[in-house]
Design a protein around this ligand. Structure first.
Ligand SMILES: *[C@@H]1O[C@H](CO)[C@@H](O)[C@H](O)[C@H]1NC(C)=O
Ligand SMILES: *[C@@H]1O[C@H](CO)[C@@H](O)[C@H](O)[C@H]1NC(C)=O
Ligand SMILES: *[C@@H]1O[C@H](CO)[C@@H](O)[C@H](O)[C@H]1NC(C)=O
Ligand SMILES: *[C@@H]1O[C@H](CO)[C@@H](O)[C@H](O)[C@H]1NC(C)=O
Ligand SMILES: *[C@@H]1O[C@H](CO)[C@@H](O)[C@H](O)[C@H]1NC(C)=O
Length: 231
């Protein structure tokens, strides 16, 4: 893909108990990219209610998730569109987080992603961390190389259709055609910088990396696979 001359339409999928850095690391890089390049950002959810980070809190009520000591500690993200009124996108990003383990709550997300995987407008699908599990559940990445959070690697391999994916244990991120998938949490920002380099060139990715004061790991540099006993 050459550098887009029209606004690049980016979407981020939200669900309760998503991981903050999965979304806001990549978005911080994209915020800096948008200074030089024209793009739009949509934040998608089932409805327009605020979406809780790191805890499942719906209408102000804690709905479970791990028995952490601080059930009400969250930050709220405001969606801009629902899945039903979402426009076309060039790039869709899917974060991870403990909310991906709630298979019922994330079913609408999986259904919407399943439809969008066939959308000819879509140029890149990117997942961070356990966000790859939502995409695996669509059955639309069968035969593709992909990675995911190393702490949750063996769980992700148990979701529906995961057995059809070629899971790469040792990778900071994996590229297979237009599918970009990253390892856990901070890896999403490395992947986003890698994607910016791929689309906009090394100078632009370096400009942004230096503004972020970000020390990158490259695509193959993954010390965490070993820490989690996967290699
Ligand atoms: C969390 O918030 C709910 C609803 O406001 C409240 O009933 C509960 O006591 C709070 N729990 C803690 C541990 O603060
Ligand atoms: C998830 O949905 C299924 C089918 O509707 C239902 O049987 C199951 O109890 C639900 N699980 C939870 C944890 O809500
Ligand atoms: C997928 O991963 C395998 C190693 O498991 C590699 O040989 C192959 O080239 C990769 N395919 C793509 C499209 O990157
Ligand atoms: C990238 O930056 C270098 C050093 O500033 C400059 O020489 C080069 O022309 C730039 N390349 C592009 C494609 O802008
Ligand atoms: C990635 O980083 C590792 C560790 O610093 C290094 O050994 C390797 O050469 C790097 N690979 C690329 C393609 O830059």
């Amino acid at each position: 893909m050459s550098i887009p001359t029209v606004p690049l339409r980016i979407a981020v999928v939200l669900f309760p108990a998503l991981t903050a850095l999965d979304v806001f690391g990549p978005l911080n890089a994209l915020n800096l990219l948008s200074i030089q390049h024209s793009m739009t950002l949509s934040l998608l959810s089932t409805d327009l209610k605020p979406v809780s980070i790191d805890r499942t809190i719906i209408d102000g009520v804690y709905q479970g998730m791990p028995s952490w000591q601080s059930p009400n500690l969250t930050q709220l993200v405001l969606p801009t569109h629902t899945f039903d009124d979402a426009p076309d996108f060039d790039v869709i990003m899917v974060p991870g987080g403990s909310g991906t383990r709630n298979l019922n709550l994330t079913k609408p997300h999986v259904d919407w992603l399943q439809g969008r995987m066939d959308d000819p407008n879509l140029q890149y699908m990117m997942t961070v961390c356990t966000g790859t599990s939502l995409l695996a559940r669509t059955g639309k990445i069968a035969g593709k190389n992909a990675t995911t959070n190393k702490a949750a690697f063996n769980w992700v391999k148990t979701v529906e259709h995961a057995e059809d994916v070629n899971w790469i244990a040792k990778a900071r991120w994996v590229v297979d055609g237009n599918l970009w998938t990253s390892s856990g949490v901070s890896a999403g920002t490395d992947m986003t910088l890698g994607w910016i380099e791929h689309v906009y060139g090394r100078n632009e990715s370096e400009r942004i990396r230096i503004q972020l004061e970000w020390v990158s790991l490259n695509q193959t540099d993954d010390p965490f696979a070993e820490i989690y006993g996967l290699v």
